[in-house]
Design a protein around this ligand. Structure first.
Ligand code: AHR
Length: 550
């Protein structure tokens, strides 16, 4: 169809020729095009309909907090042990037991914060088991029932953060712990006064107080965190919020620790009720308790238990999963609307601290370790979610993809001394300029890509101005078999040139492996700027980030 249209606006588009040549010529060309396509001589996607974007730089929105690019590292499978921690005696290059290759890779994506130690694990975690020597060896009943050696504990986590330059997001144990245990952990971490706990911290190697930027009060308290009702959780939340204090002198009047309450876990009515209950209580909160964030968990899973394959799939599963992931938009809109009712000034952030694709465990892996592959589809899925968060930047001020290494939609996969960066890692790398940038609205008619009974927008796009004032665009082509020409009209700046990088691969399920680590890696892409318009061609199934020079 598009081939026919192009012919018409080319030769037969001239009004003088039109009458003479139009019908036979178009007919001939259609027959020719059909023949070429059906014989496979040219792919059916040769010409795409252009997508017009309008970017008005004078109309800026909220700041895209860098914390939406946060990570999550749970004591689960090889997420921490082997992924981060190999121990100081390992033959794998490390600094005080922490892998050097992983640290370098994470530094390159400017990880803003890491949520730790869980997840479900957090509500069974007892911090004292993992400080000093000897460490208490326990079990990890949530995740495969394996031994938890506790060799990676508070000091090792803080050292890891220090090595990569990220903030701590500590999840305290509400399910099986006590307010006293959590309060003592925070005192141990943060006090600058010579208390017994501070002296113990110093004797364990750190005399200065640690900075704890975020504290999660429980995890999924409606489920693995203790199956609590909203009212029961609220009573716990108030106690933890009151008594678990951050004493770091540098975090008193400025840069105070933000407290994050457990929030919804999906679209069902029970979670609407949960958000209602917490936010209603927040509206009437007194001086003695407070929250700064409400957590939301939302995985792209298709069905529970997760049974879709992470590799070895085709266009149907590709488009299905992208469709599922786009539900994040409605979920955020729905819960933001409830929050707006009780917190119209948007003081409480919606913190999407577990998100990402969750597939069936890789055959042969321990099902409790949540090992899956990470393909080009995941890169596109990540970009779509990051775009959604950016569009809701006034409410979504933090997010944590699940999980950082070797677990679920990981940035990095390791196998002993080997390390490979996933397609999702490269999206996070390409999006670094969006960290703390100011949202710039983009309007466009994406059109529709249809496969079987699934319809998706053909493209998605966001724009932002970075802290130096430079304009950035991120444009994703969801269509797996058709390049798309994009023309962006740029108002409010005098654009001179543009350049960027694009991420794609031969197949929707292309992956990077230890043996072939460069199958899905970004490559440079050029864009033309003329008369206030930027033009570029997006490859099929690709994520592109462009910067505009003025
Ligand atoms: O990320 C894996 C698990 O998913 C987390 O531990 C839990 O919070 C969620 O259900």
């Amino acid at each position: 169809m598009f081939l026919g249209l192009r012919c018409e606006s080319g030769v037969a588009g001239n009004p003088r020729n039109r009458r003479r040549f139009a019908r036979p010529f178009i007919l001939q060309m259609l027959i020719l095009a059909l023949a070429l396509v059906t014989t496979g001589a040219i792919p059916p996607f040769a010409v795409a309909q252009k997508v017009q974007l309008s970017v008005d730089v004078s109309k800026t929105g909220a700041k895209i907090e860098r914390n939406i690019f946060g990570q999550f590292a749970e004591h689960l499978g090889h997420g921490v042990y082997e992924g981060v921690w190999v121990g100081p005696d390992s033959s794998i290059r490390n600094t005080r037991g922490i892998r050097n290759d992983v640290v370098a890779a994470l530094k390159a994506i400017s990880v803003p914060n890491i949520r730790w130690p869980g997840g479900c694990f957090a509500d069974e975690y007892h911090w004292r088991n993992a400080i000093g020597a000897p460490r208490v060896v326990t079990l990890n009943p949530n995740w495969g029932g394996v031994i938890e050696p506790n060799t990676f504990g508070t000091h090792e986590f803080m050292d890891f953060l220090d090595q990569i330059g990220a903030e701590a997001y500590i999840s305290v144990n509400v399910g099986s712990g006590t307010p006293r245990e959590a309060a003592e952990w925070l005192e141990y971490l943060t006090t600058g006064q010579p208390t017994t706990l501070a002296k113990e911290r110093a004797s364990n190697g750190h005399s200065d107080p640690y900075r704890v930027a975020f504290m999660g009060i429980g995890n999924e308290s409606w489920d693995c965190g203790g199956n609590m009702t909203p009212d029961y959780y609220l009573s716990q939340l108030k106690i933890y919020s009151r008594f678990v204090r951050n004493f770091n002198p540098a975090q008193q009047s400025k840069q105070q620790m933000l407290k994050i309450a457990v929030g919804p876990g999906g679209g069902e009515p029970r979670w609407t009720e949960w958000t209602e209950a917490i936010m209603k209580a927040y509206q009437h909160h007194t001086w003695s308790w407070d929250i700064n964030g409400l957590s939301m968990h939302n995985y792209t899973v298709g069905q529970w238990p997760p049974s879709f394959a992470s590799v070895g799939f085709g266009e149907t599963e590709y488009s299905q999963f992208l469709k599922y992931t786009l539900a994040m938009e409605d979920l955020i809109t729905k819960h933001s609307a409830i929050m707006d009712k009780y917190d119209p000034e948007r003081k409480v952030a919606l913190v999407v601290d577990e998100w990402g694709a969750w597939y069936a465990p890789l055959p042969g892996s321990n099902p409790g370790f949540l090992v899956q592959q990470n393909s080009l589809r995941d890169a596109i899925l990540a970009a779509l979610n990051l775009n959604t968060f950016a569009r809701h930047a006034d409410r979504v001020r933090m997010a944590n993809i699940a999980q950082m290494i070797n677990v679920l939609q990981a940035m990095i996969m390791t196998d002993k001394e080997k390390m490979v960066l996933t397609p999702t890692y490269y999206v996070f790398k390409m999006y670094v300029p969006f960290q703390d940038a100011t949202f710039v609205p983009v309007t466009f008619d994406a059109g529709t890509y249809t496969h079987a009974d699934i319809s998706l927008p053909r493209v998605d796009a966001i724009a932002a101005k970075d802290t130096a004032g430079k304009l950035w665009l991120a444009v994703t082509n969801l269509v797996p078999n058709q390049p798309i020409e994009v023309e962006a009209s740029l108002t409010g700046i005098t654009a001179k040139s543009a350049a960027g990088v694009t991420l794609t691969a031969p197949k929707v399920d292309s992956v990077n492996t230890f043996d072939a680590p460069k199958t899905v890696v970004p490559k440079p892409i050029s864009a033309k700027v003329q008369g206030g318009k930027l033009a570029l061609t997006l490859e099929p199934k690709s994520v592109t980030v462009i910067s505009v020079e003025q």
